[in-house]
Design a protein around this ligand. Structure first.
Ligand SMILES: *[C@@H]1O[C@H](CO)[C@@H](O)[C@H](O)[C@H]1NC(C)=O
Ligand SMILES: *[C@@H]1O[C@H](CO)[C@@H](O)[C@H](O)[C@H]1NC(C)=O
Length: 329
């Protein structure tokens, strides 16, 4: 039997202009097995987060058989079918359509008691009468994503910054912008976080072995604790990428360390709680020493023991310790 024909998807542009749309065209080329390209009916699929869904109106305007106009960013693909019983083509390759996406900055990155948190939302053409929308991320473990909840008075502000007072826990934020009448919105920004080192929250994260620095090829486990049944462990890498732990066993994330595991880690529960966050760094000089210090901050006045370790030699005899670049011992 001949190979199935494959649908082909073309887009007239790769990003949705604010207030505008993108036209998608699906077609099936005549193949050796069928000399005609007529009689096909086209079906459209769209994916924003995790799953493909059927494209329906009003998310798209159906211009003609094989042509739609969309204003939402996402991944699109199409398929053709004809005859009775329906004979389907292969799916087209998927095509990514973006929307203008603002860039959110959150400062500071780590909470200090009493300090406020400033969010700033940057759009491409800042002069032109944008209004801004501010959201808090609420973990949604079933969808492998997050949902967003408007912050108080965070709807349609004229200012491109938003200040949060009294934040005590790790939290994630996104923004988006809109303009025009009727108002068209940009896509949501990437989520950005403010991290808390405070371990006195409803959810906590423990690291074993309990140290900030690790050698490459170490086994490290990060365990979420608290009165919740479902967890995910998230990581924010040095290059600004957000990812989820791939190897979860119950509430424990197991890492076999490589340099790319350096980052900030925290837990998110199925009921929306964030744990405190920890730094993990992986020593990239295979023969260099690591400082053995606990991952969680130590209270002022408490004692803490520090040591120095080599991959090949746990106990070292001749070690210098520095505090703020000053030799102390
Ligand atoms: C993590 O590292 C950052 C940058 O070095 C630092 O500001 C922050 O206090 C650290 N957090 C913890 C919990 O050690
Ligand atoms: C855990 O949560 C359950 C249900 O919400 C509650 O009844 C129970 O008291 C909680 N346990 C602790 C130790 O907080």
């Amino acid at each position: 039997t001949a190979a199935k024909p494959k649908a082909e998807l073309r887009a007239d542009r790769t990003a949705v202009p604010v207030g505008g749309s993108v036209t998608l065209t699906c077609s099936v080329s005549p193949s050796s097995s069928s000399s005609s390209s007529s009689g096909w009916k086209y079906y459209w699929y769209y994916r924003h987060d995790s799953y493909y869904k059927v494209v329906t109106s009003p998310d798209a305007v159906f211009l003609s058989n094989g042509q739609i106009s969309v204003s939402e960013g996402g991944l699109y693909k199409c398929i053709g079918g004809r005859g009775k019983p329906v004979y389907y083509t292969e799916y087209s390759d998927s095509v990514r359509i973006d929307k203008p996406r603002p860039v959110l900055t959150v400062s500071p990155s780590w909470l200090s008691p009493g300090a406020s948190v400033t969010l700033n939302c940057q759009v491409e053409h800042p002069s032109a009468g944008w209004s801004f929308y501010w959201y808090k991320a609420v973990p949604d473990l079933s969808e492998k994503s997050s949902s967003y909840e408007l912050l108080p008075d965070g709807s349609g502000t004229a200012q491109d910054s938003y200040i949060i007072h009294g934040q005590t826990h790790t939290a994630g934020y996104v923004c988006r912008a809109g303009r025009g009448d009727p108002e068209y919105h940009t896509d949501h920004s990437q989520p950005e976080f403010v991290w808390s080192a405070d371990v006195h929250s409803a959810a906590s994260l423990t690291v074993s072995p309990d140290r900030v620095q690790h050698f490459t090829s170490d086994s490290v486990s990060l365990t979420c604790e608290g009165n919740f049944t479902e967890w995910r462990v998230r990581k924010f890498s040095e290059d600004g990428r957000l990812s989820d732990c791939r190897r979860m066993t119950g509430s424990t994330c197991n890492i076999y360390t490589s340099e790319s595991d350096t980052g900030v880690y925290w837990c998110e529960s199925g009921s929306g709680e964030f744990s405190s966050a920890v730094n993990i760094t992986v020593q990239y000089d295979g023969n260099g020493p690591i400082l053995v210090n606990p991952v969680h901050p130590v209270t002022e006045g408490a004692s803490v023991s520090l040591s120095c370790s080599l991959r090949t030699q746990k106990i070292l005899s001749n070690v210098f310790f520095y505090h703020n670049d000053k030799l102390i011992q």
